[in-house]
Design a protein around this ligand. Structure first.
Ligand code: ADP
Length: 636
């Protein structure tokens, strides 16, 4: 019988499959099983109202069988089946497939991409098979038909025999080549693995007869009753490969914490139990079930470029994408888990998905859900939240900073900072609520460690006034706070910056006058330091220390350090001010030397004080040897 030609579009798709260089050819099985499951669904629904369907719910199944000698793999189902016309219509014309339609419009779309992410239905069988035979009998008819094709040549449809309704698809697996190991699709273990990976939640059992070995009973002891190696026998077991009911579809009360944890650990390859499980189920505008996990430790590559964010995406129980990045904003990239949507089709391309309205709805709802869960966690289980924050707080702070602070509003209340007064982590809300009435700003200091920060000269005065200071120790902290700008109408102030809002108007005038009185001394000191500082002046923030460095303008010393440590980019410089403590004995010595006209001494002291201020700030001094020599000279 002469072969019929495929319709033009089908031919193109078929070519794409036959010559596919796509590496994950295994998805063909997912596609065939999904078709089988749809066909079974159709007959099952019919059985609910039609007594002529003799099958009961438990009778429906999908079966996989392998004949290694004949190199065939067969997938059969007892679903609705196809008539001769159905076979012609469905398997002779495949231009309907969603992703293929899309590909026609966007020719540049990569073939590999289309196959990879979504498969292209039945024809994907030709990625692994040299010949495909479909024997089918439509429910309610007596005749069966055999559709057969070796690909490009076309196909034939001939009458045949089949005892019951349903479809049986037999693939002759291609021979192994140097690059491709098609043999793996004749390996039962491998097939079982593929089913588990993509089709675990198909609602009907996917069965396969498997050869197994077991010890023969009573052969594990010798005549004296001592244990020995038992003898083994081979037996065949009809195994159901899929677990059918997804954990996330079971009622929350039916799933124990242990089951959830084990599920997460197995599915997402984490040694540790999750720190938190978030379940979400909605119906209405977007119908989906989500099961999300917050890991208890950051993955080793979390803060590197290698880490890929994303959730597993299922369309009615069938995995269509392993890491769908579009479902999570970057600042929640630590969340793992899955979403199962009833509104997505299996054959939707990645490009279409990106613009998919449903997907965007899901993302928005999930984002809100995650945020609310984190807030509740912070409120109800503080120590667990603090542990979480140690792992992923950095990401939330980066989130406040990124996109010009577009997300700060809903992230700022999830942040924790170290409080100098409480010696523990506080939220911005807690800080502001504890502020004395006369405190105008939220104070912070940025540096390497809370220990070092607690020794900053500028901290003493503020803490003495009863004001708290947030100690920031991560590079991003100060950038994040500057982006947040203010919390509850209170602005942030670096304790090393200018204008700390600590003095009254009259105090300010007094300071001006005092600075004016020492104008000449400061000019001489500034001259000695040259461009290193912008200004020398009396300090308001010092209590017992003789000097400190402060800055004016947006760039602090700590930010200067961070930015200059970046591998790329230009060097930046903050506007530094050397501040002197008027009440310190050193200041009296300076004044004395200046009054005596000893310019050299004034310059030497100034340089020493400047070097000290640098050291206190954790900045390198330019010439350590010169500094050491000068100190020694003073000691002689
Ligand atoms: P899609 O599943 O996206 O429609 P396919 O190329 O996978 O595209 O399948 C084309 C059509 O062939 C299906 O829509 C279905 O009507 C029919 N079909 C495929 N496999 C089976 C099967 N096992 N039983 C019944 N009908 C099937």
């Amino acid at each position: 019988m002469a072969a019929k030609e495929f319709k033009a579009e089908s031919k193109r798709l078929l070519d794409l499959m036959i010559h596919s260089i796509y590496t994950h050819k295994e998805i063909f099985l997912r596609e065939l099983i999904s078709n089988a499951s749809d066909a079974v669904d159709k007959l099952y629904f019919r059985s609910l109202t039609d007594d002529s369907v003799a099958l009961k719910k438990d009778d429906f199944c999908i079966r996989i069988s392998v004949d290694r000698d004949a190199r065939t793999l067969t997938i059969s189902d007892n679903g609705i089946g196809m008539s001769k016309e159905d076979l012609e219509e469905n398997l002779g014309t495949i231009a309907k497939s969603g992703s293929f339609e899309f590909k026609k419009e966007h020719e540049k779309t990569d073939d590999v991409d289309v196959i990879g992410q979504f498969g292209v239905g039945f024809y994907s069988a030709f990625m692994v098979a040299s010949k495909v035979t479909v024997v089918s009998r439509a429910f309610g008819t007596q005749e069966a038909w055999c559709w057969e094709s070796e690909g490009a040549e076309g196909y034939t449809v001939t009458p045949c025999k089949k005892a019951t309704a349903g479809t049986e698809i037999t693939l002759v697996i291609k021979p192994d080549t140097e690059e491709e190991h098609y043999d793996e699709f004749l390996d039962e273990n491998r097939l079982a693995g593929i089913v588990k990976k993509y089709s675990d939640y198909i609602r009907y059992p996917i069965r396969m007869l498997r050869e197994k070995r077991r010890p023969i009973e009573g052969t594990d002891k010798d005549e004296q009753g001592n244990f020995k190696m038992p003898e083994y026998e081979t037996y065949t077991e009809d195994e159901t490969l899929n677990s059918m009911v997804p954990l996330w579809k079971r009622a929350k009360s039916d799933v124990s914490d242990e089951e959830e944890a084990a599920f997460y650990q197995e599915k997402f390859g984490d040694w540790n139990k999750p720190a938190k499980v978030i379940r979400s189920k909605t119906e209405g505008t977007a119908t989906y079930t989500a099961m999300l996990f917050i890991p208890s430790r950051a993955p080793f590559n979390y803060y590197t470029k290698e880490y890929e964010k994303g959730l597993q995406l299922y369309a009615s129980g069938v995995l269509i994408m392993d890491k769908c990045a579009d479902l999570l904003p970057d600042y929640f990239s630590f969340v793992r888990g899955l979403v199962d949507s009833q509104d997505l089709s299996l054959n939707i391309s990645r490009e279409m998905l990106q613009h998919d309205h449903q997907l965007r709805l899901i993302r928005t709802t999930l984002e809100r859900k995650i945020k609310n869960e984190l807030s509740a966690w912070l409120k109800n289980d503080r120590s667990a939240y603090e542990e979480f924050f140690k792992n992923f707080g950095l990401q939330l702070k980066v989130g406040c900073y990124e996109a010009y602070g577009a997300n700060k509003e809903h992230l700022q209340d999830l942040l924790l900072f170290y409080s100098a007064k409480k010696e523990s982590m506080v939220t911005l809300r807690e800080y502001v609520d504890a502020m004395p009435e006369d405190q105008k700003y939220i104070y912070y200091a940025a540096g390497e460690s809370t220990e070092k920060l607690s020794k900053l000269p500028a901290a003493e005065n503020i803490l003495d006034k009863g004001f708290d200071i947030l100690y920031l120790t991560q590079d991003v902290d100060e950038f994040a706070l500057q982006m947040i700008r203010e919390y509850d109408k209170k602005e942030f102030r670096n304790i090393s910056g200018d204008d700390l809002g600590l003095e009254s108007e009259t105090e300010k005038e007094e300071i001006e006058a005092a600075n004016e009185a020492h104008k000449e001394l400061f000019a001489a000191m500034k001259e000695a330091l040259g461009d290193k500082v912008a200004e020398v002046k009396l300090s308001q923030r010092l209590k017992s220390h003789p000097v400190c460095l402060s800055t004016s303008g947006a760039l602090s010393i700590e930010m200067e350090k961070v930015l200059n440590n970046m591998p790329t980019g230009e060097k930046v410089s903050s506007r530094k001010i050397l501040e002197i403590n008027k009440n310190h004995k050193v200041f009296a010595s300076l004044e004395k030397a200046f009054a005596a006209g000893d310019k050299e001494k004034v310059a030497a002291y100034t340089n020493l004080l400047y070097a000290q201020a640098l050291l206190i700030e954790g900045l390198p001094i330019e010439d350590p040897v010169a500094y050491a020599n000068e100190v020694c000279e003073l000691m002689q």
